[in-house]
Design a protein around this ligand. Structure first.
Ligand code: MV4
Length: 448
């Protein structure tokens, strides 16, 4: 059992974890950078330790400082949140060496899913559908060219150490292969110090649909249905929902069963997410596994009426899973409110929030760390709030979201609220006709 938990993160997720701990009767330790001295996670935790200056590298990513903070406060566990150290297998090992429980999967599970080619082979062997492509990494440009002819254009080149789109190239024609291969491997070398690439057939007009799984330390592992995440811009998700408007009971069962098999293959513990590409014929293909809690976890919580973070902390402490599998009971949509100017390429807009009003009422949830007078630091992610609305049907949820967005006031900075208001009135979104390239095709301002 965990008695005192250190949260190695900031912002809304740090607050989310602190809230869960308070309800579970677990003491909390916040760590903060010099830029986050006046943050709510620093204020709401039982104790707070400054771990360095504003730059993440010198604070939230500084392993020695985080471990030292846990030691001096006698924390027996560390919750990494998302981002920062959450998928760092070395950090997991260091926690173990210091007798600190890492709230998450094993270093082995993180490593195997971190290498995208190994992850794909692992999933394939477990019976999860994967996109046809190279077996393991490409050995040379020449081998790649030959294989691309075999698979048939268009193909995709992906960095084995990648994820989230970096080191990735679409290749539509053999004339473009050499350039794509060289630029992708170069980008991969620069970004990840690993130039290795693998190849896949391109799945066009695909949706991004992911399955939430959760496992305990006793070998139990279940899935908690899907999240539709196709509303993205440059690999940044803007809107997520559960259930997906295109997933029927049969597809849900098949994707759920595949995900449970895949996660069991790496003895997965804690909440994790298996991302799939879903094509227009509703075929699904494994894309990546995220070995952490995700930003969009609340839509699963609301659609199923559960608390994923409490369950995550309990299973990390050795409890057996208490959740069960069942179809979504409600429909839930999350809009990410970012400190960005949607009229000017979604550029970040750090600065002071001079006036703030959050919406309320039944079925409206806000996960946020901001307050009136708070200054958004430039050093971190631009997400300042998640607005999550839940109702019986998708239509009612969209109506509620429109109402809630209309009530929300954030002054002093530009936010993505106008974009979300437009989306909630967009016939394509209302019809559920969104794929991952949707926001590349439409210029939202020209259509308003
Ligand atoms: C693909 C694909 C089409 N076909 N793989 C994007 C990030 C990385 N996780 C994998 N990605 C993709 N892989 C094949 N074989 C299209 C994408 C993709 C994408 C996927 C999910 C969400 C947004 C996306 C935007 C562009 C491309």
């Amino acid at each position: 059992m965990i008695k005192k938990l250190l949260i190695a993160n900031r912002g809304e997720i740090a607050l989310r974890v602190i809230r869960a701990c308070k309800e579970l009767g677990i003491k909390t330790v916040a760590v903060y950078s010099e830029a986050d001295k006046y943050s709510l996670h620093t204020k709401f935790a039982d104790e707070a330790v400054c771990v360095g200056p504003a730059q993440s590298k010198l604070s939230y990513l500084k392993v020695t400082s985080i471990i030292a903070a846990a030691e001096i406060t006698n924390a027996d566990a560390i919750h990494p949140g998302y981002g920062f150290l959450s998928e760092n297998a070395q950090f997991v090992q260091i926690c173990e060496d210091h007798n600190i429980t890492f709230v998450g999967p094993s270093a082995n599970a993180i490593n195997r899913m971190g290498n995208k080619s190994v992850a794909k082979e692992t999933m394939k062997a477990a019976g999860v559908p994967v996109v046809p492509g190279s077996e393991g990494i490409l050995k040379s440009l020449e081998q790649g060219k030959v294989l691309a002819e075999e698979i048939g254009y268009p193909v995709m080149l992906k960095a084995v150490a990648g994820g989230g789109g970096k080191g990735m190239r679409f290749v539509y024609d053999k004339e473009d292969f050499e350039k794509a291969y060289l630029t992708a491997s170069n980008e991969a070398e620069v970004s990840f110090s690993n130039a290795d690439l693998y190849m896949e057939k391109l799945v066009d007009n695909a949706r991004h649909i992911e399955i939430q799984v959760i496992g305990d330390k006793h070998g139990n592992l279940i899935h908690l249905n899907e999240r539709e995440c196709s509303t993205q811009r440059r690999h940044q998700k803007l809107i997520e929902e559960s259930p997906s408007p295109i997933v029927n009971a049969d597809l849900r069962r098949r994707m759920g069963e595949a995900s449970v098999k895949g996660a069991k293959a790496v003895n997965y513990v804690g909440p994790g997410t298996i991302e799939y590409l879903v094509d227009t014929d509703l075929n699904f293909y494994f894309m990546e596994m995220n070995t952490r809690i995700q930003v969009e976890h609340p839509v699963t919580e609301e659609a199923m009426s559960i608390d994923l973070i409490k369950e995550q902390i309990l299973v990390a402490g050795g409890d057996k899973l208490s959740l069960k599998e069942y179809a979504p009971k409600y429909h839930s949509i999350e809009c990410r409110i970012n400190a960005e100017d949607p009229d000017h390429g979604f550029r970040p807009t750090p600065g002071m929030i001079t006036s703030l009003h959050f919406p309320g009422g039944r079925g409206v949830r806000i996960d946020s760390h901001i307050y009136q007078g708070y200054s958004i630091p430039q050093h971190y992610d631009s997400m300042i709030a998640k607005l999550i609305c839940t109702a019986d049907t998708r239509g009612e949820t969209i109506q509620k979201m429109k109402r809630a967005l209309g009530e929300m006031v954030v002054e002093g900075i530009k936010t993505t609220i106008p974009f979300h208001l437009w989306m909630m009135d967009n016939p394509d979104f209302i019809a559920g006709n969104i794929d991952t390239k949707y926001l590349e095709r439409v210029n939202w301002k020209d259509n308003s």
